[in-house]
Each structure stands twice: as C-alpha cells, then as structure tokens.
Design a protein around this ligand. Structure first.
Ligand code: MN
Length: 510
C-alpha cells in the first residue's frame, strides 16, 4: 500500500546568491533525498521536486501537490536563506500534510577552510527559522523534525509522520458500512457522521442487513468448503462440547458469513464495517428453511481485521474507521494491532489491570501463538447460539490504545500507554484477550481516560506510539491528548480545561 504513495521534497532557496548556488543546492538536495530513500528507514518513497526560488514557484509546487493523488505530504527544507514572504501564497494553497525538516547538507563546520561563500550556502540555521516563523504566523499545522539528515533518529521521526500521512490519505478514501445501526442507547459509539467526514475523510454509510443476507444465501457449498479447507491449514482445529457435527456446521456458517461480507465490501468499495448483535437478519433460526447468520460473524471480523479491514462492534463506526487507519500505519511493523474493549478489572493487591477482550472480535495480528478455531455458545444478542471464533493469547509488552470521541463541538483523539502483561489461564472464557496496566499506573491512566471521555472500545497497537497519533490528529486538525508515564491527574485536568477554551476560540476564528 505504501508503494502507491509519494512524499514530495521541496528545497527552499532564492536567486540572491546567483545561479551557481542554486545548482549546488539542487545537487545537494538530490543527494539528501537519495540518502533518505536508501536509508531503509522511511516506508514511503520521497520524490525530489526541485528548488523553489520565488513565490510563484512555491505556489506552483503546492498546487501540484494538492492535485496529485499519489502525493501524501510535503517535506520542506531551506538550504539557504529563503525569504518567507515567498512562501505565503503557497502555504495558503497547501492542502496536504507538511513536514518541515530542520537539517543541513553539511554536517560539521569546516573550521579551517570556511569562508563567506560556504556560510552563505550552508545556512539552514537561518533559512529554516525564517520559514518556521511564517508557518507559525499563518497557523500552519505541521511537524518539525530537527536533526542531521543522515541520523537514524531524525529519519525515524520522518517515518512516523510518513505513516501518519499514509493513514490520512487512506482515510480520505475509506467507506465504512454499518451492517445495522449502532447499538441502541449507547452514547459513546454515536456522533456526528457529517463532521466526521469533513474533518477526517471517512465516509460512513448504513447497509441493510437484509441485503447482506441476499449475499449470504448466494454463497455456494463449494466456496464454503474451500474456505473451510483454508481454516484447517491456518488454525488449530479444537472441537470441544459442541461435538463434531455442530462444530463443522457452525464453522461453515461462519465461512459463509465471511464470504458474504467480503463480497459486499468489494462490491461497495468499502474498507471498514460494523456489526450489531441485535441485527442479524431477523429470521427465525428454528424455522425449517432458516438461512442466516447463526450469531454475530465474529470469525469473519477477526480475519478481515487481520487484512486491514476496519472493524467496530455494536455499530461503532468511529472505532472501525480508526482501526483501519491504525492498520495502515502499522503495516510491516513487528507486533500488530487490534480492536479491543475494556471488559473486566483485576484489583490485584500489587498491580491492578484491565482485561481487554470482546465477544469474539479480536484481531489475530496480536496473537502470540497459533490461533485455535473453536465453537462455543455465545448468549448475547438476538440469536443465542454456538458460533465459531479464533482463540489465542496476546503478546506482552508496551502498547498504545487510541480512540476518537465526539464532544459535541469537536472530535478528540485520546491515546493511552499501556503495559500488556501475562494473564492467568481462563479455561471457561474461550475468546481472545489481552491484559494490560494503563500507565503511569492503573489509577491515573484509567482515571485520565475517563476524565477525557474515552470509549470502552479502542484501536490498539504494540507498534504505533502516541507520536503517530499526534501527527495524524495534527493533519486532520482535531484535538489529541495523550496519557503516558508523565501524566498526573491535576495536570491532565488543566490540559482538558485549556483545550476546551482553545477549541472554542479556534472554532470561532474559522
Ligand atoms: Mn463492545
């Protein structure tokens, strides 16, 4: 997916120092872009777009970036001094994410040979500060990365922004289908879908479950058999209390559901979806001609999440969309991501923790072992039945949960650092799960999340830190608050109050 994207690099210069200087600037810029691309640290290709030496040239490249669907963001860097009034019109036009890289072609000062020509050419210290001023004066959202261009640390910060920009570009094209509405009476999974599309790009549509059932009924036995064979290769087959006959009947029902959902998503051009356990087609399962979902299509949700399809349970379209973005940002990273839900607390005398699970829908990307395909009774929703699911334990270690809530006047993205620990065996709970301790402690982390208005559903990753989400929120122009090792409740409450005023004023200004 990153192969479909480009990041443009524009070097700021001017003609004051003569054409020869610009030729040198151009040569240096090419070396730097090649160096970044060859570093292996940045997942999206950077394309050098030349020097911008005038207001007109700046505006032209910004407008071109807006119109190029492959371009997901622009990196600017001032090799020499680049008077910033020449950036005004271009920055007014720019609609793509901006990263300002404060670096320099030359690493160390050549003390014994340095003359005025050298200093005039290598004056990023001067030019980047002028550029920074105009961005701040114009209130341009951007990321500023500071460091030598060959340093892995600086490159990794660019990589974070690049992944966030890819998530942002993808979000623009996300269509999320709600199979049924969101669960009745639940506040946190609801919100303003019009504003959501304006701010974040995600388009959320209702899709009738009756139409999904039309697809379900058309799935052939041969297609179902083929998918069940695939399950047998991928997962450990574990037949318990259901017995062999019911087991395969339920696995086949889940396979059919997966094929049907895949087809609808493909035909509708959708990359995210939600389900609702109260809306599974409505037919009477005891009727002799029953043809429908036996329960929520949990196995399908698990497997589709693994492939990057956004998912939210109980009609949670915000989390479905956010999970999609998380998966995009997370591609190629080591430990994986999942939709999760806060379920049960463990008030352990030494360390309180929170069990993360769901009825069925946890993504196998976070599994630490080979998932087991199991069939058990699930007594929730309109159709209390045995149904298939993947069961596994999750990896341990550092992770981040993220959510978006609708506060009525704006969206707030909340992140929280957690430490995933080993749970004890739960032989009577045959669903995937994770066990975590919010940071800096359960009491502060969970308390801050509640004060921020966080959700019980979240998009969780072991790889994506708060920095990715901050960059993503900056690009979308929404609030972002992070709960981490340094959070205190009093400081956090003050931040919430400050943000309330900031966004109230900001809204009035727009
Ligand atoms: Mn839920």
């Amino acid at each position: 997916m990153f192969d479909n994207y480009e990041i443009w690099w524009v070097t700021g210069a001017q003609l004051l120092y003569g054409g020869d200087a610009v030729v040198q600037v151009d040569g240096h810029s090419k070396q730097m872009v090649a160096g970044l691309n060859e570093s292996g640290n940045i997942p999206v290709k950077i394309v050098y777009k030349g020097t911008a030496n005038s207001s007109k040239e700046v505006e032209e490249v910004m407008l071109a970036a807006n119109n190029d669907s492959k371009c997901i963001g622009i990196i600017t860097w001032m090799h020499t001094f680049s008077p910033a009034k020449m950036w005004i019109k271009g920055l007014q036009s720019l609609k793509k994410p901006l990263l300002h890289f404060h670096t320099q072609f030359n690493q160390e000062i050549p003390w014994s040979t340095m003359d005025m020509d050298f200093m005039n050419l290598n004056q990023s210290a001067h030019g980047d500060i002028e550029f920074g001023h105009i961005c701040t004066r114009m209130r341009i959202p951007r990321k500023v990365v500071v460091g030598y261009w060959k340093s892995a640390e600086a490159q990794k910060q660019i990589a974070v922004w690049a992944r966030a920009a890819a998530g942002r570009a993808d979000a623009h094209d996300v269509r999320c289908l709600m199979f049924g509405m969101n669960m009745n009476n639940v506040a946190v999974t609801d919100g303003d879908r019009v504003e959501f599309e304006q701010r974040l790009g995600y388009h959320v549509d209702y899709y009738p479950v009756s139409s999904l059932m039309d697809y379900f009924r058309k799935v052939t036995d041969a297609e179902t058999d083929a998918l069940v064979e695939e399950y047998k290769k991928l997962y450990t087959i574990k037949i318990d209390e259901s017995g062999e006959q019911v087991y395969w009947e339920k696995v086949r029902n889940s396979a059919k559901a997966e094929i049907a959902i895949r087809r609808v998503l493909k035909d509708e051009g959708a990359t995210a979806f939600t389900t609702n356990f109260d809306d599974l087609g409505g037919a009477d399962i005891d009727a002799p001609d029953f043809l429908g979902f036996d329960q929520i299509p949990g196995l399908a949700s698990q497997r589709l999440m693994q492939e990057g399809i956004g998912f939210g349970a109980e009609g949670d379209w915000k989390t479905a969309c956010l999970y999609r973005t998380l998966w995009v940002m997370n591609q190629g990273l080591a430990k994986g991501c999942s939709f999760l839900e806060d379920y049960t607390l463990n008030f352990d005398a030494k360390q309180t923790s929170s069990l993360q699970s769901h009825m069925l829908e946890i993504c196998p990307l976070i599994a630490s072992d080979k998932p087991k395909l199991e069939v058990h009774f699930l007594g929730i929703g309109i159709r209390k039945q045995q149904t298939a699911r993947l069961v596994f334990t999750s990896k341990t270690g550092f992770g981040i949960k993220a959510t978006i809530v609708d506060l009525g006047n704006r969206f707030r993205l909340i992140t929280s650092e957690v430490d995933c620990i080993e749970p004890k065996p739960m032989p009577k709970l045959p669903v995937a799960s994770a066990l975590w301790v919010p940071q800096p402690s359960f009491e502060i982390g969970a308390g801050a999340w509640i004060l921020a208005g966080g959700t019980h559903h979240s998009a969780f990753s072991y790889d994506i830190t708060a920095e990715y989400w901050e960059d993503f929120a900056e690009m979308a122009g929404i609030e972002c608050i992070s709960i981490d090792k340094n959070t205190t409740i009093s400081g956090f409450k003050q931040q919430l109050r400050n943000n309330e005023v900031y966004y109230m004023l900001n809204k009035a200004l727009m």
